[in-house]
Design a protein around this ligand. Structure first.
Ligand SMILES: Nc1nc2c(c(=O)[nH]1)N[C@H]1C(S)=C(S)[C@@H](COP(=O)(O)OP(=O)(O)OC[C@H]3O[C@@H](n4cnc5c(N)ncnc54)[C@H](O)[C@@H]3O)O[C@H]1N2
Ligand code: MOO
Ligand SMILES: [Mg+2]
Length: 421
């Protein structure tokens, strides 16, 4: 008799998967290779930045006390006793009414406490001696870029699990991280199943289709930041699939399959889980698409049985596989980032299950707007191309209309959200 599956709620399914979360390993890569990876440890300041008081302007370093009598009516003259550019340090002890001509980025002499910009000073020579004069006073600290004003030694600057962007690259270089601790991406094994599948480069044949899910899932896995071990496609034959999957499990951290997970005569994944003696955490989720998404575990290792239908496969990966992979990469807000947006198109289709509609989120006049990115059926591929989010439409209503405020989950985002959503 046909097995009757009991759907569980999306939140319950996510929680069941996340019970198997584990911290991932950390490896060191050169700073050049670290761009786009995830920080494996909190990034701390190894020194103050700047680590000396620095001139933020081209000008003259002086003692502010010597400027106090300067005014429009009283021009005060300084003897210029040294001249330094960035990278040089003046060894002169600066006495009363003396100045050092100093360029942006150079260390301010210890005996000086402010900098006069070139524009407010008048420079002149008398014989071999240089002078400058000012007609206003300065306070201690004026035009000083202070030691530690950017960062203090020991301070945590960026948290572990953050994706390394160009700004973080600058920080890593500033603090001398030639080798960077990054999360070692978990290895995600991937199989596509389906006798109907052709390779990308093959000509179409009657009854057959090109395998688009593999390319899509590889990109989804890489977008999250993990490594993929792609094993290719399998025909819908029990023994072939069983052998291939049983062998691959030992070589990966998580195994993903697409297709063959429903109740059809050639959907072998349920029987494969049984023969592997894997515990099925759930095999039906109260959502559309992706209701057939199945997750099983064997000795704590997760097996994701994603739907063969492209949109269902895509959604199943983002909702259930992405967060646990992101957790393994050290991220402590691993779930899809949740925002709210204003619906811009009627969506009258009623459904008892929550819909995760592939959607286009955009900004108009400072507000987030959302509309479906194409046809909302689980076999549809085209709606995926323009989707930068899902909009969640809870089931059980008569549909949604323009102006409704709906939850959206951002796909091209690396900040994420905490749980519960
Ligand atoms: N009697 C029922 N039939 C179906 C049910 C159900 O509850 N009762 N669920 C439907 C739903 S919902 C979905 S979703 C699909 C899920 O099917 P499977 O996960 O078993 O996937 P397949 O049967 O292997 O394939 C479904 C569909 O997707 C195409 N496909 C498969 N792999 C790929 C690939 N790598 N690239 C592109 N397209 C792929 C495949 O050719 C099929 O058209 O089951 C419904 N049926
Ligand atoms: O799993 Mo199916 O995608 O709900 O359409
Ligand atoms: Mg099927």
């Amino acid at each position: 008799m046909l097995e009757k599956r009991k759907p569980i709620q999306v939140a319950e399914a996510v929680e069941k998967v996340m019970r198997y979360k584990q911290s991932g390993a950390v490896e060191f890569v050169s700073i050049k290779e670290s761009h786009g990876r995830y920080l494996g440890k909190d990034l701390t300041a190894t020194s103050d930045v700047p680590h000396f008081n620095r001139s933020p302007y081209d000008g003259f370093a002086v003692r502010s006390i010597d400027t106090k009598e300067a005014s429009l009516q009283n021009e005060v003259v300084f003897e210029v006793v040294d001249h330094i550019g960035a990278g040089y340090v003046s060894s002169k002890k600066i006495g009363p009414m003396q100045a050092v001509r100093i360029m942006t980025g150079a260390k301010i002499p210890d005996s000086c406490d402010c900098v006069v910009m070139l524009e407010v000073a008048r420079s002149f020579e008398d014989g071999d001696q240089s002078y400058m004069s000012i007609k206003r006073s300065f306070n201690a600290g004026d035009n000083v870029s202070f030691q530690g004003e950017d960062a203090k030694k020991g301070e945590v600057l960026v948290e572990k699990g953050t994706k390394i962007n160009p700004g973080i690259q600058a920080i890593l270089a500033t603090f001398g991280y030639a080798e960077v601790p990054v999360a070692k991406g978990p290895v995600i094994g991937l199989f596509a199943t389906g006798t109907e599948l052709l390779e990308v480069e093959e000509e179409l044949e009657d009854g057959k289709i090109r395998n688009s899910n593999s390319t899509m899932l590889i990109a989804q896995i890489e977008r999250v930041g993990a490594d993929v071990k792609y094993y290719g496609k399998l025909p819908d034959e029990f023994d072939t699939c069983y052998e291939a999957i049983a062998t691959a499990i030992d070589d990966v951290d998580i195994l993903i399959t697409t297709g063959g997970v429903s109740v059809g005569d050639f959907d072998y994944l349920p029987a494969i889980y049984e023969k592997l003696q894997a515990e099925v955490l759930f095999n039906k989720v109260a959502m559309r698409p992706g209701s057939v998404t199945t997750v099983a575990q064997i000795n704590g290792k997760l097996l994701f049985g994603l739907s063969g239908n492209p949109s269902a496969c895509y959604v199943g990966f983002e909702l259930f596989a992405r967060p646990i992979i992101r957790y393994m990469l050290g991220c402590r807000s691993p779930h899809l980032r949740k925002e709210t947006a204003i619906l811009q198109q009627d969506f009258p289709k009623a459904n008892p299950f929550t819909r995760f509609v592939r959607a286009d989120v955009y900004v108009t006049n400072g507000s987030l707007m959302v509309r479906p990115s194409g046809v909302d059926k689980s076999n549809i591929v085209m709606s995926l191309a323009r989707a930068n989010a899902f909009m969640a439409l809870p089931g059980g209503t008569r549909g949604y209309g323009v102006g409704d405020i709906v939850d959206v989950f951002m796909l091209e985002d690396f900040v994420g959200s905490n749980w519960p959503w």
